[in-house]
Design a protein around this ligand. Structure first.
Ligand code: URA
Length: 428
């Protein structure tokens, strides 16, 4: 096949700060997927994009080209509105688990095609796989069957959705080009638009435990993604939410499932419940169900009923005991006072090193590993009182986890101001 462009010309165009034409973008994304553009050429282009940026029209075209690289799903035959949520990734972020069944209570179909954790942020599939028997890989027919019968499904995104992104994301991960806003936005939105949801709520995390450490960058990412969604006909809103402190009182796979079940029982930590309800309200509004009362559905067991059917529908046993780690060790307060700081990044890295996360794609994770947070910022502690409990199957991992926590905890004299969970809302 004769190629219509030359990779070096495309790289030079962006390197020198010019706009890429629609034709150049369509060609380079397709030729990379076909293996005609080499990894080192795409890496050079990704770095040029990182340094020079892409404008809104270029980013939209890049997103469309990544969607066109694979299949598109279509849920229109369900005859019900569909709503999805995507989080940019955080520490202790288990919200998808209670949220999907909660929104399904109100007759909205919730397709949550999810991923695994990499680095210090956890992955939804890793968490659910700690439930004995539960299966992440479903066929398209099984996904439709779950949405039709149960109303919600959380499963692995198949290899057919935006294959250009799968290849490009792996390349960016090893070439220092992840943090480019047009590349993050097109990566996330190509998968969400290809999935075929009617509406999408983005949970854009801000703070030490997130990709975006400051609010201005997070707002720019959120605005870019909302525009991409709206251009593609997906009703999209974004909440900027705090990720300077871990969410809730658990970080790690089975530990987070346990906490999610508490939220589905009407309890659980206040911040986890608050964010679950804020995102549920956004999804229900977008699906035309503004009158729904999601708090009541957590309190009266309706969300729990859907959860149980959702887990059982993928061969999981919702009543089985969750795995626990073989070894635990407490981290105690050196002095009495109030906990003033609990850094999300430090706790995330500690959980990862204890075995909750993976260093490379394909590594196994430990279901029981992670960090339990016994004291949260603003709460009093006595000298010697445990603040955290570390869980792992391999005791030697504890030393490296403790190193990650060095400087992540602070006990002071006065309670810090109470931070908001939801920092801002961005809509189209
Ligand atoms: N998540 C994605 O899917 N893609 C990115 O580029 C970053 C986070």
């Amino acid at each position: 096949m004769t190629e219509s462009h030359d990779a070096v010309d495309v790289i030079r165009t962006k390197r020198d700060g010019a706009r890429l034409s629609e034709d150049q973008i369509d060609w380079v994304v397709d030729a990379y997927t076909r293996g005609v553009v080499a990894d080192e050429q795409m890496a050079a282009l990704a770095m040029a994009v990182y340094l020079r940026g892409m404008d809104a029209a270029e980013t939209a075209r890049w997103t469309a080209a990544m969607i066109a690289s694979g299949e598109r799903m279509d849920f229109s035959s369900l005859g019900r509105p569909t709503a999805d949520k995507h989080s940019t990734g955080g520490v202790g972020d288990k919200i998808t688990l209670p949220l999907a069944p909660l929104v399904a209570v109100f007759g909205v179909a919730v397709p949550q095609l999810s991923g695994r954790g990499l680095g210090h942020t956890g992955g939804t599939l890793d968490k659910l796989e700690s439930i004995p028997g539960w299966r992440a890989a479903l066929t398209n027919d099984e996904i439709m069957g779950m949405l039709d019968g149960v109303g919600a499904v959380i499963c692995a995104a198949g290899t057919g959705l935006a294959p250009a992104d799968k290849k490009l994301y792996a390349l960016r991960d090893t070439t220092g080009t992840v943090e480019a806003i047009p590349l993050i936005a097109s990566s996330i939105m190509s998968k969400k638009i290809a999935e075929g949801t009617d509406s999408l709520v983005l949970d854009v995390k801000v703070g030490s435990g997130a990709f975006m450490k400051d609010q201005d960058r997070a707002r720019e990412l959120a605005t870019t993604m909302v525009e991409l969604g709206e251009r593609a006909g997906v009703a999209t809103t974004a909440l900027l939410t705090d990720m300077s402190v871990p969410l809730g009182r658990t970080v790690g796979n089975a530990l987070e499932v346990r906490e999610s079940v508490e939220v589905l029982s009407g309890g659980g930590p206040a911040d986890v419940r608050e964010l679950t309800l804020a995102l549920a309200r956004e999804m229900l509004d977008a699906a035309g169900k503004a009158d729904a009362d999601p708090a009541a559905a957590l309190d009266d067991g309706r969300a729990m009923d859907v959860w149980r059917r959702m887990i059982a529908g993928q061969d999981g046993d919702p009543d089985a005991a969750l795995p626990t780690a073989r070894h635990t060790q407490d981290v105690v307060a050196e002095r009495a006072g109030v906990l003033t700081r609990l850094d999300a990044y430090g706790v995330g890295v500690a959980a990862w090193r204890l075995g909750a996360g993976r260093a490379r794609q394909g590594d196994a994770v430990q279901s029981g590993a992670g960090v339990e947070i016994l004291v949260r910022p603003g709460e009093p502690v006595a000298a010697g009182q445990p603040i955290l409990t570390l869980h792992t199957d391999d005791e030697p991992r504890v030393a490296r986890a403790l190193e990650a926590l060095d400087g992540a905890l602070e006990v002071g004299d006065a309670a810090p101001p109470v931070g908001e969970v939801v920092l801002a809302r961005i809509s189209g």
